[in-house]
Write a protein that binds this ligand. Structure first.
Ligand SMILES: [Ca+2]
Ligand SMILES: [Ca+2]
Length: 216
């Protein structure tokens, strides 16, 4: 199955199509064998032929449903990566929220803040932010679903799993001592693998939501 990334897309299986051809060929062989081997009368030949066609049609219908189930899609204003959809809040300065407000927006969209737990996700998100903003700026951050709010320096994703690999900017996370910096955001940077910063959770920033792609 080919995985997709970019704008809202559909993702459909292809192996089912190959199986369709093979199974249909098998079905034709069975039908021909039936007609040649047992069709002593014309009526019997006709009956087996019709049965063969009906069973082939049923087979195609079942496989067609299987192909539909393999298709995934994201809403028009979301970006697709593998089996996930990502929403990036608009880049305008009047569309910024604290971490809690950002998460509430994601939940309202049937999603949650993004869990950036793979290199592929990190690179995907960084490239999109770099395309938007061109350069780093403290106000160009986007909240992700990562905090050390409960235990300082124990970074935990919103699904409860602990951070195993972080893509922090040099010198981060620093829990900058004038504030409690307990929420993580990702920023446009030259190095796509060094884009995170811990910031005060009330800091007004953009946000990135993530949800499973929908089967259609
Ligand atoms: Ca902290
Ligand atoms: Ca920091």
């Amino acid at each position: 199955m080919t995985l997709t990334s970019g704008d809202a897309t559909e993702e459909c299986g292809t192996y089912e199509n190959l199986n369709t051809v093979a199974l249909f060929e098998d079905q034709k062989k069975v039908s021909l064998f039936t007609v040649r081997g047992y069709g002593s009368s014309r009526r019997y030949q006709l009956a087996t032929g019709v049965l063969g066609l009906i069973s082939a049609a049923l087979l195609m219908a079942v496989i067609g449903m299987s192909i539909q189930r393999a298709c995934k899609s994201c809403p028009p204003d979301w970006k697709a990566l593998n089996h996930s959809c990502f929403y990036f809040s608009p880049p305008g300065g009047n569309m910024r929220e604290g971490w809690d407000g950002s998460r509430a927006d994601c939940v309202q969209r049937g999603a949650d803040l993004a869990i950036v737990d793979t290199l592929e996700k990190q690179t995907f998100i960084s490239k999109i932010l770099n395309g938007r903003h061109k350069t780093f700026n403290i106000w160009y951050g986007y909240w992700i679903g990562l905090r050390d709010k409960v235990n300082e320096q124990t970074w935990t994703w919103i699904n409860g799993s602990l951070l195993t690999e972080g893509y922090w900017r040099d010198g981060e996370p620093n829990d900058y001592n004038l504030f409690a910096e307990d929420c993580a955001a990702t920023y446009p940077t030259d190095d796509t693998l060094k884009s995170w910063n811990d910031a005060p959770c009330s800091h007004p920033l953009g946000w990135i939501c993530e949800k499973e792609a929908t089967e259609i």
